[in-house]
Design a protein around this ligand. Structure first.
Ligand code: COA
Length: 139
């Protein structure tokens, strides 16, 4: 399967929002797909990638780097295109770019005890770490 990974642009907005609306829960204001897209695209740090197959947007990934740790967010593959290696391609792209920026450690969070996701991330060398994840809403 020929799948192209490229930087996300503003013209991807409708397709990205539709994918996130289909794949992710939108139970919290900070998970609103439109707001998430606008904030990341305007942040303009070149760490927002999409996977395209025959001009169809089939996957997304957001990475973040603050000079200390790298983070992975919003990895989503269109359900019709799963188990074809596209999630792996997006993860490898994000990790390569983070590494090129000098990042020495990449973190990500999984909601709940999702064994399928754990299996997926383990194929990429991620391990479960003994941490407690905390957060605070700023709204
Ligand atoms: C998780 C996700 C990104 C995987 O994307 P994908 O393109 O299907 O993954 P890949 O094809 O690259 O999978 C690589 C390997 O990971 C493992 N894997 C992937 N999905 C799996 C699943 N559902 N169950 C078990 N193992 C899985 C397999 O070992 C797979 O290799 P194989 O197909 O040769 O057996 C995709 O299922 C998805 O978008 N899920 C919903 C959104 C989500 O939960 N995102 C993560 C937020 S933390």
């Amino acid at each position: 399967m020929t799948t192209h990974i490229r930087t996300c642009t503003i013209s991807d907005k409708p397709a990205v929002i539709a994918l996130w609306a289909a794949v992710f829960q939108q139970d919290k204001p900070h998970n609103d797909p439109t707001q998430s897209f606008n904030q990341k695209i305007n942040h303009a740090d070149d760490l927002f990638f999409v996977a395209e197959h025959k001009k169809t947007l089939v996957g997304t990934i957001i990475a973040g780097y603050d000079g200390h740790r790298g983070w992975i967010y919003s990895l989503a593959i269109d359900p019709r295109y799963r188990r074809k290696g596209i999630g792996t391609l997006l993860m490898k792209k994000a990790i390569t770019i983070l590494h090129n920026k000098g990042c020495l450690k990449v973190n990500l969070q999984i909601t709940g005890n999702n064994q399928d996701l754990i299996t997926f991330y383990k194929t990429l060398g991620f391990t479960i770490e003994d941490r407690i994840s905390m957060g605070k809403n700023l709204y």
